[in-house]
Write a protein that binds this ligand. Structure first.
Ligand code: PXP
Length: 251
C-alpha cells in the first residue's frame, strides 16, 4: 500500500479564546496562524461557532485573505454557517455537531439521523468548490453513511482514544485504536479521504499517524496550551516530529 504524506492542520481557536478573555486585540489568531505555518503546519483550521466564543467573523475573513495555505472552516450545519461559508469560500469546510452548552465538540455528527440536513448542505458546499468533511465517530457503518451522503472526506473523532490514553487505560486504548484503524481502512476502501483529530497530544499522536489511510490531522488545544511553555513555533515543530516518527510505522 502507498502511504500518503501526513498533513498537519493547526487549529488556532484557543488563541482567540485568550484574546476574548480581555476583549482586546491580542493575542492575534492570524499572527499565530502565520507562525504555525512557518513552523510546519500544512493548513490552518478555525471553528466559527454559533456563539462566536473564540473565532469571529472578522478572523475568518482575515485568515482567508492572508493565508497562503488551505483554510479549513469548522462549522455547524446551519443556514447561517452555510451562508457564511459560501461567501467566504474557504478551501475546506468540516461539518461538526454543535451544542451551545458544550465546552468543545463532544462527539461525531449523527449522520444517519441527520442526513436530511446534511445532504443538501454537502451538495451546496461542494458545488461552491469547497472540500467537505464530516466529523464522525470511527465506525464502519458511519463510513458507509458518509459515502452515501456524497462527502469526499471524513474526519475521525479521536477524543475517546485520547481520553483513554490520559486515563492510562491500556485495554480501552487498544480498543479505540482498533476502531479507528478499522474505520480508516473501510472509509478509504470506499474512496473517502480520511482525516482525524480531537484531543491529540505529543504522546497520543504517534499511533494515529501510523494509520496509513489517514492523510490529515487537525490539532489545536494541546498545541496552544504547550505554546505557553515552549512557544508556538516549538510546539508545532515538536508535534510535526512526533507525527513523522509515528508515520514511519505506517510504511
Ligand atoms: N477536529 C475537529 C472537527 C474539532 O472540532 C476540533 C476541536 O475544535 C479539533 C479537530 C481539534 O481538537 P483539539 O483542539 O482537541 O486538538
Amino acid at each position: 500500500m502507498t502511504v500518503s504524506p501526513l498533513r498537519l492542520g493547526v487549529n488556532i481557536d484557543h488563541v482567540a479564546t485568550v484574546r476574548n478573555a480581555r476583549g482586546g486585540l491580542y493575542p492575534d489568531p492570524i499572527r499565530a496562524a502565520h507562525m504555525a505555518v512557518l513552523a510546519g503546519a500544512d493548513g490552518i483550521t478555525a471553528h466559527l461557532r454559533e456563539d462566536r466564543r473564540h473565532i469571529r467573523d472578522l478572523d475568518m475573513e482575515r485568515l482567508k485573505r492572508q493565508l497562503f495555505v488551505p483554510l479549513n472552516m469548522e462549522m455547524a450545519t446551519t443556514p447561517e454557517m452555510i451562508g457564511l461559508a459560501l461567501s467566504l469560500r474557504p478551501h475546506a469546510a468540516c461539518l461538526v455537531p454543535e451544542k451551545r452548552e458544550e465546552r468543545t465538540t463532544e462527539g461525531g455528527l449523527d449522520i444517519i439521523g441527520g442526513h436530511e440536513t446534511l445532504r443538501p448542505a454537502i451538495r451546496q458546499l461542494k458545488e461552491a468548490g469547497i472540500r467537505v468533511s464530516l466529523f464522525v465517530e470511527p465506525e464502519v457503518e458511519v463510513m458507509m453513511a458518509a459515502h452515501d451522503l456524497g462527502a469526499p472526506v471524513v474526519e475521525l473523532h479521536t477524543g475517546t482514544y485520547c481520553e483513554a490514553a490520559l486515563a492510562a487505560d491500556e485495554a480501552h486504548v487498544s480498543h479505540e485504536l482498533e476502531r479507528l484503524r478499522r474505520a480508516a481502512a473501510h472509509g478509504a476502501s470506499l474512496g473517502l479521504e480520511i482525516h482525524a483529530g480531537h484531543g491529540l497530544t505529543f504522546d497520543t499522536v504517534g499511533p494515529i499517524a501510523a494509520i496509513p489511510q489517514i492523510a490529515e490531522l487537525n490539532i489545536g488545544h494541546f498545541l496552544i496550551a504547550e505554546a505557553i511553555f515552549m512557544g508556538l513555533d516549538e510546539a508545532v515543530r515538536t508535534m510535526r516530529a512526533a507525527m513523522d516518527a509515528g508515520r514511519v510505522r505506517a510504511i
